[in-house]
Design a protein around this ligand. Sequence first.
Ligand code: ATP
Length: 269
Amino acid sequence: NFISSVVPPGEIGVKFDDIGALEDVKKALNELVILPMRRPELFSRGNLLRPCKGILLFGPPGTGKTLLAKALATEAGANFISITGSTLTSKWFGDAEKLTKALFSFASKLAPVIIFVDEVDSLLGARGGAFEHEATRRMRNEFMAAWDGLRSKENQRILILGATNRPFDLDDAVIRRLPRRIYVDLPDAENRMKILSIFLAQENLDSEFQFDKLANLTDGYSGSDLKSSIVNLCIAAAYRPVQELLEEEKKLYLTDENIICLKKFDFEG
Ligand code: ATP
């Protein structure tokens, strides 16, 4: 129950092509995760090319970190386990050791697997000093111990993928365990255009639809902002002809003859 979801790769339903922009991030993830998971034999020799076991995605909210994590599992052919830091610490206070052990033993049976820890700062944030709850401390220590056990097993294809908007809140010990840190930035105008064209790919757009104009008007918008504001605007715009048609139908129905009948009915009623 403390795991938000467990999904096999074929059922995740998101691929890299569904993500607009972020080309450098996709390229880095391809080298760090997809290739080693798909072709482990290429990474089994020597020390330099060891598969990476911990990656941090950090950046502003709504820039697609969760989406990337899911698509990565699809592309790598890995099972996807998702847990949320804040849920773990608030709901499962008492059972830290038991649950963490269960998570890691479950994950090792599912390899290749990506364990996505959203809001990793809530679970593995900087040590909270004297006021930190004992259970939070135990949960974090247990998590890191289990993680170390996993890192020492060479051939297990298990990756911990953390995501956060608050990288500076992370404990140093956690940062060390996430040796690859990838910044997921807000999109610039060109990339906003790419994201918008993915959102509207299935729509029957007017030939004069101006992606560049929308992209230029949305400086500072994340992918998630674009989805909620622009796409809703487009839905409203697409609804307009429907509304106009309904108005026309209403007019057709309200002919003079019908109105007289209605008045008569009113009078008699
Ligand atoms: P948070 O840090 O708040 O958890 P996040 O970085 O994990 O946010 P997501 O949850 O992945 O962001 O993004 C929210 C939604 O925004 C996605 O489900 C998707 O619909 C849309 N989105 C964001 N970025 C992109 C993108 N680059 N391409 C396509 N869709 C995107």
